[in-house]
Write a protein that binds this ligand. Structure first.
Ligand code: PEP
Ligand code: MN
Length: 344
């Protein structure tokens, strides 16, 4: 932490601040300028009280951290792009992947048809959601146990990778043998207890950005995963709550670029929950790829009109090839860009 004192602070002010730093068990290093004095503090904030309390001293102008709140996530720590493997399929580091599947598992026929259709279009990682955290307790909550059985049966038949949302710590265990990657949804993006528990399981995690999280909060949530021994984290931008309701959420493409700049982790885009409307999904998907995303996660259903949840935004699995054809030129262009070595 760096403490900046007010202009022309007296020796007594400096001594008061230094004494308080020492009493909080940090070592103060005083740097005197002609007008302003700065106190650099050495110590570990994890185990004891934060120096933020020094803001309350009248002689203190500002207190700010030297280190970012996220370290292991940052490019300073790992300059190259990381690729995360989901059942052997790499995402990131020049590998763009389109993950797809229905919002929720609704029945054996619905899920099986979705996986069959999407696999035919080249999809290799599937959304498989037996549990659905919903804003309203009166909305469809997923088939739960029955959904797990459907997931098990369909996975056994098609032998494909699946990503599944874990709404709470008690759902980790039931999904453990079935999910190849866990999803932390937007509503749980700052549920640190869940992040810590899921990190310990040893599977890749797809971390959605919270409905109103800053990029720093998003990356710091990812830090919780990595610091708890889960190196395989994929960030997912899914749109923010905004004043404008013309899309369901405001897809923050700038944040994708910022996250890619600050972090080595793969970043993917969810155009479905951002758009909220089927017709807008291809445009947002293309935009996500163009801004540098390492992949997409797209909702698709065999009969979207009758979907139990998110009916307006799901693409039709039987027509998913059109979507893939639409985004292919952008994917090819992005792959070529990734293949060009950075000028030193
Ligand atoms: C989802 O992916 O099914 C979902 C609920 O998304 P989000 O958490 O981004 O709202
Ligand atoms: Mn959904």
């Amino acid at each position: 932490m760096i403490i900046v004192l007010k202009r022309h602070s007296s020796d007594t002010d400096i001594a008061t601040v230094s004494d308080m730093v020492t009493s909080l068990r940090y070592q103060p290093r005083v740097i005197r300028g002609t007008e302003q004095t700065v106190v650099a503090c050495i110590g570990d904030e994890l185990s004891h009280q934060s120096l933020e309390v020094l803001r309350n001293l009248p002689a203190v102008e500002s207190v700010f951290p030297v280190q970012k709140k996220f370290k292991l996530v940052s490019r300073e720590y790992h300059p190259e792009d990381s690729a995360v493997k989901v059942r052997g399929i790499p995402i990131g580091g020049g590998n763009l992947e389109v993950i797809a599947g229905p919002c929720a598992i609704e029945s054996y026929d619905q899920f099986r048809t979705a996986v069959r259709d999407l696999k035919d279009c080249g999809v290799r990682i599937f959304r498989a959601m037996p549990f659905k955290p919903r804003t309203s307790p009166y909305d469809f909550q997923g088939l739960k146990q029955d959904g797990l059985q459907i997931m098990r049966d369909v996975k056994a038949e098609f032998d494909v990778a699946m990503v599944s949302e874990v709404p709470g710590p008690d759902k980790i265990e039931p999904l453990l043998e079935l999910a190849d990657m866990f999803q932390i949804g937007a509503r749980n993006a700052q549920n640190y207890d869940l992040l810590e528990q899921i990190a310990k399981v040893g599977k890749p995690v797809l971390l959605k950005r919270g409905l109103a999280s800053t990029v720093e909060e998003w990356l710091t949530a990812a830090e919780y995963l990595i610091v708890n021994n889960c190196p395989d984290v994929i960030l997912c931008e899914r749109g923010l709550r905004s004043f404008d309701t013309s899309t369901r959420n405001l897809l923050d493409l700038g944040a994708v670029a910022v996250a890619k700049q600050l972090s080595h982790l793969p970043v993917i885009v969810d155009p479905s929950h951002a758009a909220g409307a089927r017709l807008l999904v291809p445009a947002l998907a293309r935009a996500g790829i163009a801004v540098g995303a390492d992949g997409l996660i797209v909702e698709a259903h065999p009969n979207p009109i009758n979907a139990f949840s998110d009916a307006a935004q799901q693409l039709e699995t039987g027509r998913f090839r059109d979507f893939m054809d639409d985004i292919r030129p952008w994917i090819e262009l992005a792959r070529r860009e990734c293949a060009v070595p950075n000028p030193a």
